[in-house]
Design a protein around this ligand. Structure first.
Ligand SMILES: [Zn+2]
Length: 208
């Protein structure tokens, strides 16, 4: 009989439900502990990281063909990147104090969706041109981390699409749907942008 861990590891639906629950739980903590600014900031960042982990985990369920160690490394990397995006608050504030990082007059550069997607697009182009399979994989992990992070932040401030400005804040239900759909949309794009024909069997997209 499959355990909960086995189901979470192999079943896309169970993993997607977990992703939604993690997002809800994280947001619950963030909105209910407003008097403890440090707890709120840590919970917010951990939620970004956990959503990043689960997002790439679900992408990996779709894309078969890698060793367990490689899968775990990629999942961890996506979680770390999703979490690390918020470090630019500290860099922009030139301070390690959470209060300073949260009182910036404008959003720091890693929160600009259009610029981050342009950077990822350039990385993908390079990976395609020079047939760098690792760079291709890294680019998609970065895209998953950026989109999962920016979608969540967009419920408060919208998506920042320089030079066109920012979208209105995304309704919470829209964010939840987007966050749970994202890991099911990415795999076909990852498969279609593989850099070289000889790597065509590197990923095989498992049908939903
Ligand atoms: Zn953020």
């Amino acid at each position: 009989m499959l355990s909960v861990v086995d189901l979470l590891w192999t079943n896309k639906t169970v993993a997607t439900v977990c992703l939604g629950l993690v997002a809800l739980l994280g947001d619950h903590v963030v909105t209910h502990y407003t008097q403890y600014e440090d707890v709120q900031a840590v919970a917010d960042n951990l939620t970004h990281g956990a959503i990043g982990l689960l997002t790439w985990h679900i992408v990996r369920i779709h894309l078969a063909g890698l060793s367990l160690t490689t899968q775990l490394s990629e999942i961890l990397l996506c979680g770390l990147l999703a979490s690390a995006i918020d470090l630019d608050h500290f860099a922009a504030a030139r301070s390690f104090r959470i209060q300073d990082a949260r009182q910036l007059p404008s959003r720091p550069p890693l929160h600009c969706t259009s610029v981050m997607l342009a950077v990822c697009g350039i990385l993908l182009l390079l990976s395609f041109t020079f047939r760098w399979v690792l760079l291709h994989c890294f680019s998609w992990i970065l895209i998953a981390a950026v989109l999962s992070h920016h979608l969540r932040d967009a419920t408060r401030r919208g998506l920042w699409m320089y030079p066109f400005g920012s979208s209105p804040p995304i309704p919470y239900a829209g964010y939840m749907v987007g966050c749970m759909l994202l890991p099911h949309v990415l795999p076909s794009l990852v498969g279609r942008t593989q850099p070289a024909p000889q790597h065509a069997t590197l990923y095989s997209v498992v049908e939903m």
